[in-house]
Design a protein around this ligand. Structure first.
Ligand code: ADP
Length: 333
């Protein structure tokens, strides 16, 4: 049929599969979001209806896709997954909408990247479960009204601010996911270690968790690399020493900074207190602007290593020290 395997579609690593939480009970942390979703689920089930459309916002790797899958599982419905960029033309969307069965969940990842011309079609589908599809163009254009089965749209976005306000207003539920505290990441690592069948010592779990930039996906990636090294060394138990060596080998420092974080800080530090715009920064480190803003900057901001002004970014004194550079006397913080 029309459906590509969601995992392929979302460019998700195959390795994410086994470790995904499968129910709300298995989902660690994010208490507020989880409780709100529990209420929405229970209420909808009680009424025999589908829950309101849901927008999940937050940085990559925090569990948005996992929550969408859990919702579908708990509702006992199908999950249809696509992404903003995959919905190039209205007919891409209409093709999906008309295949939905009553109560299905439609998951749109990177929903802020749905093209404006497609977004309008979503409005009608979300509100009245109808779309007016224009067949042909020019003098032979015909408008075909189509009904869509009642469904729940689950949108995931790393950039809530890029969604237009009429679009955002059509979601009855909005949950923002925050970076996980170290304790939660430790619990996630303990669970993952169990699932992978390895013994992770508590100190090792704490070390990995504290460097995982609040992100379960990153924590799980670290765990896999430690497991690899343990296997090669024939060490049955994964110790903090082994974890620390793994971090050094993959270039993650004590702050959880990776190669690109350090490149960003070096470029900024070189410029002292003169701010650098995102475009220039992206070109200098050779990474996409979006990736810098979504993936790297939030962590540097949280650590207080980077400062954002109206004119651009600067490295703070702490940021300079983190990469072993003497801070400019003008540097903030
Ligand atoms: P996103 O869609 O926000 O990018 P995902 O849902 O794909 O994030 O999560 C990435 C990986 O992190 C998942 O495969 C899962 O193993 C793990 N993960 C995320 N959130 C949690 C959580 N709360 N509890 C346990 N594992 C989690």
């Amino acid at each position: 049929g029309h459906w590509t395997d969601p995992a392929t579609l979302l460019g998700e690593g195959e390795e994410d599969f086994g470790l995904r939480p499968r129910s709300l009970d298995e989902f660690v942390g994010q208490r507020r979001a989880v409780e709100n979703l529990r209420v929405a689920l229970q209420a909808a089930k009680g009424r025999g209806e589908s829950p309101d459309h849901l927008l999940l916002a937050g940085p990559p790797g925090l569990g948005k896709t996992s929550l969408a899958r859990i919702l579908a599982a708990e509702l006992g419905t199908h999950l249809h997954a696509t992404s903003g960029p995959a919905l190039e033309r209205p007919k891409d969307l209409v093709g999906i909408l008309t295949q939905l069965q009553r109560g299905d969940l439609l998951f749109i990842d990177e929903i802020h990247r749905v093209p404006a011309g497609v977004e309008e079609y979503l409005y009608g589908a979300m509100e009245d479960f109808r779309v007016e599809f224009t067949l042909n163009e020019g003098p032979h254009a015909r408008v075909i009204p189509l009904t869509v089965e009642r469904f729940t749209l689950v949108g995931a976005t790393t950039r809530e601010g890029l969604l237009s306000s009429p679009f955002r207003a059509r979601f009855g539920l909005l949950e923002r996911l925050d970076p996980y505290p170290t304790e939660d990441l430790v619990r996630i690592l303990e669970r993952s270690a169990r699932l992978l069948g390895v013994e992770l010592e508590p100190d090792a779990a704490t070390l990995l968790a504290s460097r995982a930039r609040g992100t379960p996906r990153v924590a799980n990636r670290f765990l896999r690399r430690v497991r690899d090294l343990g296997q090669v060394r024939q060490e049955r138990r994964l110790s903090a020493t082994l974890a620390d060596e793994t971090m050094t080998r993959i270039g993650v420092d004590a702050h959880g900074l990776e190669e690109l974080d350090r490149r960003i800080l070096h470029v900024l530090a070189r410029n002292g207190s003169t701010p650098i715009g995102l475009k220039t920064l992206a070109a200098a480190v050779g990474e996409a602007e979006d990736t810098i803003e979504d993936v790297f900057e939030p962590h540097l901001l949280r650590l207080g290593f980077l400062h954002r002004t109206a004119r651009g970014r600067v490295a703070t004194a702490d940021g300079c020290r983190a990469i072993g550079v003497e801070p400019d006397t003008q540097a903030p913080g």
